[in-house]
Design a protein around this ligand. Structure first.
Ligand code: PEP
Ligand code: MN
Length: 356
């Protein structure tokens, strides 16, 4: 159920509707839009009787949402969500593309700072690096844990880039949210519902990766879990799905981008590193991702990929990342986007993200 308030509804009227929803035993989610505020109703007790809210002052209409997801839906919020970072003009879903880059895992201070210097120089606004690694084998490198989080905090202090890193369980999330600017939930945890709910109670934005065999609806439902707990800053990430194809590690599903944008207001970025697993395919698919309308890219970069403790095969050399960025700078304006360094004022220009 969704309560659409009139354009001129007052804050008191919105508050009264929320209080009424609470008194019925449900949870109100008031999401202001450019034109009007919509209030989503969640709770698992069944349907709210629409008549109860219909006649309240300031209410325009009460809509039954037939889709299984509510808060992620464009029915709830027509315009695109922009996840922004106070004090910077970096964002996900704004006119500027969000460029996230860094090694798969933080291996040492030297390794991490060496990559950070290069990706910052090339124009990345966000630095990524795994502190907790969800590895297929328990004998593979599992990450440096809190030490890696401290190293990344040092990178933020030195370069100003915002930090994105994965939480693999409730325990690591506790630490990650203390250090990072964005909490990543990995593909393997896309349906870890208790982790999603915990991330939903965090104050930090969440970058949610698509599970490797998740349908569009399952992906959106995972985002709904986070939002249903009150965290509306969710960034989706397409990172490839398992198919029969064996020329790549995964099959990057770029058709997901316009499909998501049609149904949801949430920003969506593309990770061609995990999406292909092969270094030589990362730049071509980054070009395609920007052309298709993605809100940003997530790219693995390593100064010595041959020695990387994880995902070396798909990590770009810093020179290749420089080249990728210069190609992206050429494509971005064609689709109405800009590529700004963190701290640079966004250029005035068309904002071309389509609402299909
Ligand atoms: C990663 O970003 O390093 C990672 C493990 O990604 P995914 O969850 O997509 O496999
Ligand atoms: Mn990786």
């Amino acid at each position: 159920m969704l309560v659409v308030m009139q354009a001129h509804a007052t804050a008191d009227q919105i508050h009264a509707v929320c209080t009424k929803i609470e008194s019925l035993g449900y949870r109100p989610h008031s999401i202001p839009g450019a034109e009007r505020t919509a209030i989503g109703i969640t709770g698992n007790k069944g349907e709210v009787e629409p008549g109860t809210l219909d006649d309240m002052p300031g209410v325009q209409e009460v809509i039954r949402v037939t889709k299984p997801y509510k808060l992620v839906s464009r029915d709830m919020k027509e315009e695109n969500t922009v996840v922004s970072f106070p004090g910077t003009d970096a964002s996900f879903g704004g006119p500027g593309l969000a460029i996230v880059a860094g090694p798969c895992a933080i291996e040492s201070r030297e390794q991490a700072f060496a990559v950070a210097e290069r990706v910052y120089g090339a124009g990345a606004q966000f630095f990524r690096g795994g502190a907790y690694k969800p590895r297929t084998s328990p004998y593979s490198f599992q990450g440096l844990g809190e030490e890696a989080l401290q190293i990344m905090a040092g990178i933020r202090d030195r370069f100003g880039m915002k930090i994105i890193t994965e939480a693999i369980d409730n325990e690591s999330l506790e630490l990650v949210e203390g250090y990072a600017d964005v909490i990543q939930i990995g593909a393997r945890n896309m349906q870890n519902f208790s982790l999603l709910k915990r991330a939903g109670r965090s104050k930090k934005p969440v970058l949610l990766k698509r599970g490797m065999s998740a349908t569009l609806e399952e992906f959106l439902m995972a985002a709904e879990y986070v939002m249903s707990e009150g965290n509306y800053d969710v960034i989706l990430c397409e990172r490839g799905v398992r198919t029969f194809a064996d020329h790549t590690r995964n099959t990057l599903d770029l058709s997901l981008i316009p499909a998501v944008q049609r149904l949801s207001h949430l920003p969506i970025v593309v990770d061609p590193s995990h999406g292909t697993g092969k270094r030589n395919k990362v730049t071509p698919l980054s070009r395609a991702a920007v052309a298709v309308g993605a809100d940003g890219l997530l790219i693995e970069v390593h100064c010595e990929p041959d020695k990387a403790l994880s995902d070396g095969m798909q990590s770009l050399y810093p020179d290749q990342f420089d080249d990728l960025m210069s190609q992206i700078r050429q494509i971005a304006p064609v689709v109405g986007r800009t590529v700004e360094r963190i701290g640079e004022r966004a250029m005035v220009g068309a904002f071309g993200r389509q609402q299909v």
